[in-house]
Write a protein that binds this ligand. Structure first.
Ligand code: PSU
Ligand code: MN
Length: 317
């Protein structure tokens, strides 16, 4: 039997995305774990739709990546995005990281791809830039629990640029940056400060090793890494828009409460359930304020991702 490439059988690339990849029009990947496990219904669907529109406004084509009944979709039609957003559809949604991809395909499951899972698929499809909210990282106490997100190792081995707002303070930010350094991942703050942002707040107290002020500079780093054949990703960290920073202290308080609760009730030891549980609890405790901030930074990051992808296509492709 002919040895088949997985994309023959398991991938469904939306016609618009296929066309863009063929003609060299810039494409921006979007993840779906934030739709299935990060944001409440129906905000998840509204946000996913608005992120696609923002990518379009930068002249790029959006490719939301997710799994439906064992098929890996690169670019989702409106109906498919709706199905992915609807928790009641086709049983419980899987949170799909690198390790889960094969099993989901073979067992015909549906789910949202994490940053790691999305990077694997984006790279396989030939997409270089990906916009999202918060990166996974080293959990607090990770030095003994070994709860370290596969997002970090993925950035070490897959050449996709990820635009995020850094990592949430539910994580150990210092150790996350150490781990990224070990993995050889370039970490670059996008903006006017040297600080690595902490998701809800613009400053974490930790410095990024690099900073750029324009999409062209960012695209230049991606290009140089490519010329070097490094085969690693690049992490661009965009601080949350100023107006939303005001709520940072209140949200941070909720984060600390949620973390205390998760150690008391054992959720912190529940593997990949830990992050979604903390996100949900912080949303509850802040009565939705955290969700509003989350949406604002997603919109801003996805815009930056579009600008970087467009600059790359114009100057380096
Ligand atoms: N952090 C957030 N929002 C999210 C996630 C992380 O602030 O939605 C999601 C992303 O999809 C990320 C994943 O890739 O959680 C990391 O999960 P884990 O820690 O289990 O690797
Ligand atoms: Mn984990």
């Amino acid at each position: 039997m002919r040895k088949r490439c997985i994309s023959d059988t398991a991938f469904i690339i939306a016609p618009e995305v296929q066309d863009a990849l063929r003609t060299g029009r810039p494409v921006v990947a979007l993840e779906s774990a934030l739709i299935t496990h990060g944001l409440p219904f129906p905000t998840n669907h509204e946000t996913a739709t608005s992120l696609e529109a923002i990518v379009r406004s930068t002249g790029c084509v959006p490719a939301t990546i997710g799994l439906l009944r064992g098929k890996v979709h690169v670019g989702l039609a409106a109906m498919e995005l709706q199905q992915l957003s609807d928790m009641g559809y086709n049983g419980p949604m899987v949170k799909v990281s690198r390790r889960d991809l094969g099993a989901c395909i073979a067992l015909k499951r549906s789910g949202g791809t994490t940053i790691a899972g999305t990077m694997v698929i984006a790279h396989a499809a030939g997409i270089r830039v990906f916009g999202t909210g918060g990166l996974g990282g080293v959990h607090r106490g990770g030095e003994s629990s070994l709860d370290v997100s596969a997002d970090l190792t993925e950035l070490g081995r897959t050449p996709v640029a990820v635009v995020s707002s850094g990592v949430k303070a539910i994580l150990d930010i210092g150790r996350t940056l150490e781990y990224l350094e070990t993995q050889g991942v370039p970490v670059v703050t996008y903006g006017l400060t040297d600080d690595f942002p902490a998701f809800y707040s613009r400053l974490s107290g930790h410095k990024s090793p690099w900073r750029v002020e324009s999409a062209l500079q960012a695209a230049g780093i991606i290009h140089a890494n490519q010329l070097l054949g490094l085969q690693c990703g690049t992490l661009f960290a965009v601080p949350i828009p100023d107006v939303h920073e005001a709520k940072a202290a209140q949200i941070q308080e909720a984060v600390e409460i949620a973390i205390r609760e998760s150690t008391q009730n054992g959720m912190s030891k529940r593997g990949n359930d830990a992050t979604p549980w903390l996100l949900r609890r912080v949303a509850e405790l802040t009565k939705g304020e955290a969700v509003q901030s989350n949406i604002a930074l997603l919109e801003s990051n996805v815009r930056v991702a579009g600008e970087i992808a467009a600059a790359f296509a114009e100057h380096f492709d």
